[in-house]
Design a binder for this molecule. Structure first.
Ligand code: NAP
Length: 291
């Protein structure tokens, strides 16, 4: 069995050249991994990019990647947990390009830890970045478009454990469930004003920028391809293509939707469930002692 066929190469696109000419696209966390891959697909289709995140080295990496594709880029240092910083980033974006027509809420934080070992600070940090930060960026984008009477498109990046729960990821999976739900609310609230809101969920798309924690978690799976119904992991451009389609004129009537790009990796796949192995055991942690 060969699994799902590989995608076209990076650089191909199903959308017409110039689909995003004259549009500024604001992507959080676009200096690394999947955010950079999403931004690249918009850049290839003519968009100008606004990249917002905290670390100068990530912003520099995002800038060079977009400039190599011929896109105009603005990078803004911004912690999406801070409403004032988010507002300042949108001010800078508007000043440079006019109001961005597309917002991609890609930035998130995550690391595996059994729930009983999770500190209150770890919980708050992940929820603050992933859910609260996404809301703050949506709010800023929505308020500006509502005030201007202009249409726009929001894509929130989710995760499949929004539906299933995520053992070892209580903070992130709860936050991503919130992101999916927020998408549905905002799509209804802002649809009458011309703002489309969707959620886009990547499957396993390994990349070199993954944090050590996440890479360590992945190393627990020896053959990642064989563990996918597609018999392969995802290529990051496959996520970028889905994002550009959703925000394009051809995706305009899709709103409030969560699109999963994961080769059916999250569906149940066994006749009966395999034996339970606790998250502690999977992570090689000693028994919990209450410490
Ligand atoms: P990543 O490489 O770890 O990137 C996270 C990005 O978010 C970084 O660029 C980081 O930039 C930014 N960020 C983190 N905290 C921030 C903050 N407080 N304010 C502003 N920016 C912040 O992650 P990824 O693997 O590309 O994942 C991208 C998205 O896909 C995430 O939403 C993730 O949950 C989702 N996802 C990924 C996979 C996968 O297989 N990779 C699977 C399912 C879902 P700075 O450090 O510069 O702030």
């Amino acid at each position: 069995m060969a699994g799902l066929p590989p995608p076209p190469p990076v650089g191909a696109s199903a959308l017409p050249a110039g689909t995003f000419d004259g549009t500024a696209v604001f992507v959080t966390g676009a200096g690394t991994g999947l955010g950079k891959a999403i931004a690249a697909e918009f850049a290839r289709l003519g968009a100008s990019l606004v990249i917002a995140s905290r670390k100068p080295e990530h912003l520099d990496a995002g800038r060079s990647a977009m400039e190599e594709l011929g896109a105009e880029v603005l990078t803004v240092e911004c912690d999406i947990r801070e409403a004032e910083a988010v507002a300042a980033a949108f001010d800078a974006a508007e000043e440079r390009f006019g109001l961005p027509g597309v917002l991609v809420n890609n930035a998130a934080a995550n690391f595996p830890v059994p729930a009983e070992d999770m500190s209150p600070n770890a919980w708050r940090t992940v929820v603050d970045i992933t859910l609260n930060g996404t809301f703050l960026c949506c709010r800023e984008f929505g308020r500006r478009h509502l005030a201007a009477g202009s249409a726009g498109s929001i894509i929130n990046i989710g995760a499949t454990y929004a539906w299933t729960g995520g053992p070892g990821f209580a903070h992130s999976s709860a936050a991503k469930a919130g992101v999916k739900n927020l998408t549905e609310t905002l799509a209804v609230e802002w649809g009458p004003s011309g703002i489309q809101v969707n959620c886009l969920v990547p499957g396993l798309m390994p990349h070199e920028d993954m944090t050590d924690d996440i890479q360590g978690n992945l190393r627990r799976t020896h053959d990642k391809d064989a563990c996918q119904p597609a018999l392969r992991v995802g290529e990051r451009q496959e996520l970028g293509w889905a994002a550009t389609f959703l925000a394009s004129p051809y995706g305009r009537f899709i709103s409030g939707h969560t699109l999963v790009v994961d080769g059916a990796n999250w569906q149940r796949r066994t006749l009966t469930q395999p034996p339970v192995v606790t998250v502690r055991d999977q992570m090689g942690r000693p028994p919990f002692t209450g410490e």
